[in-house]
Design a binder for this molecule. Structure first.
Ligand code: F0G
Length: 462
């Protein structure tokens, strides 16, 4: 191998570390039982490797922390706001920017201003809080993922795309006049962290212009989508990730961004808009519910960290290293005998629990069972994305319509874990894959009606 072909290490070294706990198997059994077998109820000091979410869980850089020291906490017109605003305006091109404390606050504010009861919001796939906020606004979320997304094993490069034919027939059909918004999630978090191509975004824009429907991006992972476009979509090899991201924002009428992901910070979100009247409406709502429009629930220090983070996140060396880290974990897990949605995305891997545990029916929640086993065996926390999250249940919590797939998401926090942590995760999964039949199913004891997976309680069957 010539030196040119030796893979580079991550473009950072570690200066501040945080200890992680190692519990005994008995302690883990007690912890998950007390948590009602719901990983959301575990305490972080009971977790060895936490892959529950990539949201707000990344490490900040020394440059971000240095910038935070300059944070201006003035109630209105803080210097930090202008630094943040200029950075975001340069990245997105939107004339109106509203900061919010996190993505779902932006969803609530935008949807309550833009969507009317009875309308439809069409998406490649709504994220769970996005789905909930569309519903709370009285509108109906409609997911139209492309057909390729249904084949978990295919290596199609852009399985995050929307089904353009289905979108066109929805817009042209009897429900077309009810479509109040088309929202493209980049990358598609609900469907395997798969990217959306620029060609797909261009086509969505053309349809939205033809049918006069607002087109927004849910751009929580805009930099990761841009990296995958640069790597996979013909014509973009000579573009920088930042140029690709800017072009994506340019195609849309506005955006929602949870900055807890590609903002490289613990907290933050953003609404970007072109329309003056919509901006005025959202701003009034923001001031009433989040804070004045130059801070929106964020501290000056958060805004400073974000202004720097939004530069760091589009660094090709950072994105290459992050994508390589996820791809390496996918290879180790696949070699250990557990299938993941192909091709690997960046912010998360999705295990095919249905295939690994064919002895469990959807009513026994195979994805949830695998997730609990990863905690019991290795103190690893993950999230189920299967029938527990998406299935339709009857009043006694029996699954009447299972989710299309029984998946488990391993979300990868940014700049947090090393190759050894991932070797450990793969080893724990490998041991499970050697004897999957020992894994039991679970049944629900209690569950809330909305966003069930966050507060559900379960018990092992048998
Ligand atoms: N949109 C997408 C695509 C998301 O992934 C998330 C959050 C949100 C909106 C909401 O943003 O959390 O800042 O309010 N996703 C996290 C996750 C929670 O684990 O995937 P938020």
């Amino acid at each position: 191998m010539s030196a040119d072909h030796i893979p580079l290490p991550p473009p950072y070294r570690i200066k501040v570390v945080e200890p992680i706990p190692f519990l005994t198997p008995e302690q883990r059994r007690d912890a998950i039982e007390t948590a009602g077998y719901n990983p959301f109820n575990l305490r972080s000091d009971q977790i060895t490797v936490d892959l529950l979410s990539d949201s707000g869980t990344g490490a900040t850089s020394s440059a971000q922390e240095a910038a935070a020291a300059l944070g201006d906490e003035s109630y209105a017109g803080a210097r930090s706001w202008f630094r943040f605003r200029d950075e975001v305006a340069d990245l997105t091109g939107y004339p109106h920017l509203l900061p919010v404390h996190q993505g779902r606050a932006g969803e609530r504010i935008l949807f309550s201003s833009l969507l009317k009861p009875g309308q439809i919001c069409v998406s490649n796939t709504h994220f769970d809080t996005t789905h909930a906020n569309v519903s709370i606004a009285g509108a109906t979320p409609l997911d139209l993922p492309c057909a390729a997304a249904a084949d978990l094993d295919s290596s199609e490069p852009f399985k995050g795309n929307i089904d353009l034919e289905a979108l066109e027939s929805t817009l042209a059909g009897p429900d077309g006049s009810r479509v109040g918004l088309v929202l493209m999630t980049i990358t598609n978090n609900g469907l395997g962290a798969q990217p959306v191509s620029m060609a797909n975004l261009e086509a969505v824009r053309a349809l939205c212009q033809r049918f006069r429907v607002p087109f927004f991006l849910d751009a929580a992972r805009f930099a990761e989508n841009a990296w995958l476009v640069q790597q996979r979509e013909p014509g973009y090899q000579d573009w920088t990730p930042r140029q690709i991201a800017t072009r994506a924002f340019e195609l849309a009428d506005g955006c929602l961004i949870s900055l807890k992901k590609d903002g490289l910070t613990a907290i933050g979100g953003l609404i970007g808009l072109r329309d003056d009247a919509l901006f005025a409406q959202c701003e009034a709502n923001l001031i009433a519910t989040e804070g004045f429009s130059t801070y929106g629930g964020l501290s000056g220090r958060d805004l400073e960290r974000l202004a720097v983070g939004l530069r760091e996140v589009v660094d090709p060396a950072y994105l290459a290293s992050r994508a390589a880290q996820t791809a390496a974990l996918a290879r180790m897990i696949n070699d250990a005998g557990v299938d993941t949605i192909q091709p690997a995305g960046i912010h998360a891997l999705y295990l095919n629990a249905g295939r690994l545990l064919p002895h469990l029916s959807p009513s026994e929640f195979p994805g949830h069972s695998l997730g609990c086993q990863m905690y019991l065996d290795g103190g690893i926390r993950v999230a189920e994305l299967g029938s527990l999250y998406l299935g339709e249940l009857d009043a006694s919590y029996r699954v009447v319509k299972p989710a299309p797939f029984e998946l488990v998401r391993l979300a990868i926090p940014r700049r947090v874990y090393t190759a050894e942590h991932f070797e450990y995760v793969a080893a724990v999964l490998g041991a499970i894959a050697k004897d999957p039949e020992r894994i039991r199913g679970y049944r629900i004891v209690s569950a809330p009606p909305l966003l069930r997976h966050f507060k559900v309680r379960l018990t092992p069957i048998g």
